[in-house]
Design a protein around this ligand. Structure first.
Ligand SMILES: [Zn+2]
Length: 484
C-alpha cells in the first residue's frame, strides 16, 4: 500500500473512473449503433404504452468487473491517505485527496446498486428492485444534495397557481389538463387552493431587487472599465451573430484585466456553447452556435470572464491546494456567474428549475411527509408534460402535445439515470440558489466589506458557502459582520 501522498495522488489520477463523469456510464456509448437503436426503441415503447412505469433501457457501459476494480482502487487510496495522515498529520492536500476519492467511491457504489436493480428487474423480483432503486436514489442525494424544501414548495405553488388559472376557462384543453395535473399531484381542489394562497417564498431562490441594484454598483466599482467596454453591445434590439460577437468577449476580458494576462477568445468550427478553457487561457465558442440575444451578448461574455478570472486568480495563489478547483465547488462556480449576469442585465434567469422540480417529484416531495416515497418515471413524466402544456402559449394541437411529451421524456431522463432518481443536475438550481442567497446576504453589508467579499470570491475556484473551503481560502472577509 502506498502511503506517500504524491504516489497516492498519482494513482488516484491513473484510475480510469477518475476521469469519467458520474453520468457517463448511463449513456448508450459512443459509436454503438445497436445501443442507440435500443435507446430509441425503448423511448418509443415508453411513449406508446401508458402502463409502463419505467423505460426498458440497457446500459452497455455499466460493467461489473470494471466497477469492482475501481472500488478496490479507491478503497486502497482512502486507506493510504489514512495511513499517511496517521504519520504526517492532517493537511489540506491529504484532506482534499481523501474527499475526492471518497466521492468517486460513492459514485461507483451507486453504479453497482443500479446493476443490482437491473438484475432484480430482469428476474421479476419487484420488491428487491424497488429497494435497490431507492438505495441508488439516496446515494445520489448524498453525492449531489437534495432539493431544498422551501424552494421546491415555492416552485410547486407557482405551477399550481398556473393550473388554477387555467381551470377558469371551462371546456378548454388547458382546463382539462389542469384538472389532470392537480389529480396527478394527488391534490384535492381545496388543498391546491391552500398551497396557491401561500405567501410566495421567492426569497428562498431568487435575487432580491435591492441586491441587483447594490451588487451592480459594486461590480462596476471593482471593474471601472467594464460598463463602457460593453456599451457598444448594450441596448441592441437585434441578435448578434457568433462572428460579430467576438469583440464583446474580448471587451469583457480586457475590462477585467485578463487580456494583459494572456487570455484570448477563439471561435471553433461547430455549434459549441461558450466555454472557458483555463489551462489554455482561452474562451471558446462555436461559429455555428445560435445567435446571441440582446441580453446574452452582454451576459455570456461577462459570465465567461468570471470563470476565467477565478481560474487565473486561483492559479496565481501560493498554496497548491488553492490553485485547483476544490471538490464540490462546481455548484457555486456555475451559480455565481449566472447571478452576476442577472445583476448586470436586470433580467432574471433561474437555472435548472425543471430539474429541481423533477427531482423533488421523483422523491415524492409533493406528498405529505408520512406517505412520501420514490415515484416512477411515468408519474413524473405525466405531471411534467402537462405542466409544459399549461405554460405553452401556442395552440395545443396533437402535434404540439406529442412534441411536449417527447421533450419531457428526455428531460426526465436527466434526473433518472439508471432508472433511479439521479440528483446530479440539481447542481444548476442549487448553485443558482446558493449564489442568490450569498449575494442577498452580501448586499446588506457595508460597502467596503461587500467589495472585499466579492474580490475574495474571485480569488479562486471554491465555494464561499462551505465552511471548510472558506477556511482554506483564508476566511470570509464578512465573518465579523455576520457573527461567524
Ligand atoms: Zn458557466
Amino acid at each position: 500500500m502506498h502511503t506517500n501522498l504524491a504516489e497516492l495522488t498519482a494513482s488516484y489520477a491513473a484510475e480510469p473512473y477518475t476521469a469519467i463523469g458520474s453520468n457517463e456510464p448511463y449513456g448508450p456509448g459512443k459509436d454503438d449503433p445497436a445501443a442507440l437503436a435500443q435507446r430509441s426503441a425503448a423511448r418509443q415503447e415508453f411513449l406508446d404504452q401508458d402502463q409502463l412505469q419505467w423505460p426498458n433501457l440497457a446500459y452497455p457501459l455499466l460493467v461489473e468487473d470494471d466497477l469492482i476494480a475501481a472500488e478496490k482502487a479507491y478503497n486502497g487510496i482512502l486507506n493510504g491517505v489514512i495511513a499517511h495522515e496517521s504519520q504526517a498529520g492532517e493537511a489540506p492536500e491529504s484532506d482534499i485527496l481523501y474527499e475526492m476519492a471518497a466521492r468517486k467511491l460513492a459514485e461507483v457504489y451507486r453504479h453497482r446498486e443500479v446493476l443490482r436493480l437491473l438484475g432484480h428487474t430482469a428476474v421479476g423480483h419487484d420488491e428487491l428492485a424497488e429497494l435497490s432503486r431507492s438505495r441508488a436514489a439516496n446515494m445520489s442525494g448524498e453525492l449531489f444534495g437534495e432539493p431544498d424544501e422551501a424552494s421546491f414548495r415555492a416552485l410547486l405553488a407557482d405551477d399550481i397557481r398556473q393550473a388554477l388559472a387555467a381551470q377558469s376557462y371551462p371546456g378548454t384543453v388547458k382546463s382539462i389538463l389542469a384538472y389532470e395535473y392537480l389529480a396527478l399531484l394527488g391534490l384535492t381542489q381545496d388543498e391546491a387552493e391552500r398551497i396557491a394562497a401561500e405567501e410566495p417564498a421567492s426569497e428562498s431562490y431568487e435575487l432580491q431587487d435591492s441586491t441587483i441594484e447594490i451588487i451592480r454598483d459594486d461590480w462596476y466599482a471593482l471593474f471601472p472599465d467594464l460598463e463602457s467596454a460593453m456599451a457598444p453591445f448594450a441596448g441592441r434590439d437585434y441578435d448578434t451573430t457568433p462572428t460579430e460577437a467576438q469583440p464583446a468577449f474580448d471587451a469583457a476580458l480586457g475590462a477585467v484585466g485578463l487580456l494583459e494576462r494572456g487570455w484570448k477568445t477563439r471561435m471553433l468550427g461547430g455549434r459549441q456553447k461558450a466555454d472557458t478553457d483555463g489551462p489554455k487561457r482561452t474562451i471558446t465558442y462555436g461559429a455555428k452556435r445560435k445567435n446571441f440575444t440582446p441580453t446574452s451578448i452582454i451576459g455570456t461574455p461577462v459570465h465567461e470572464s468570471i470563470h476565467a478570472l477565478r481560474y487565473q486568480n486561483g492559479s496565481e495563489q501560493a498554496e497548491p491546494y488553492r490553485r485547483a478547483g476544490l471538490p464540490g465547488s462546481l455548484e457555486f462556480g456555475e451559480g455565481f456567474p449566472v447571478a452576476i449576469e442577472q445583476v448586470l442585465s436586470g433580467v432574471r434567469r433561474i437555472p435548472g428549475l425543471k430539474y429541481d422540480l423533477q427531482i423533488g417529484l421523483l422523491k415524492g416531495m409533493h406528498l405529505p411527509e408520512d406517505i412520501r416515497r420514490e415515484q416512477s418515471y411515468r408519474t413524473v413524466d405525466e405531471i411534467m408534460w402537462r405542466r409544459a402544456a399549461l405554460q405553452e402559449t401556442t395552440p395545443l394541437d396533437a402535434a404540439k402535445v406529442a412534441e411536449l411529451q417527447s421533450d419531457t421524456y428526455d428531460s426526465v431522463m436527466r434526473t433518472a439515470r439508471g432508472n433511479a432518481r439521479d440528483n446530479r443536475d440539481i447542481n444548476y438550481f442549487n448553485g443558482g440558489r446558493k449564489a442568490a442567497l450569498f449575494l442577498n446576504e452580501t448586499a446588506k453589508l457595508p460597502v467596503e466589506i461587500r467589495r472585499a467579499r466579492l474580490r475574495w470570491v474571485l480569488s479562486g475556484r471554491f465555494d464561499p458557502t462551505n465552511p471548510k473551503q472558506v477556511a482554506l481560502f483564508g476566511g470570509d472577509p464578512a465573518a465579523a459582520y455576520l457573527g461567524r
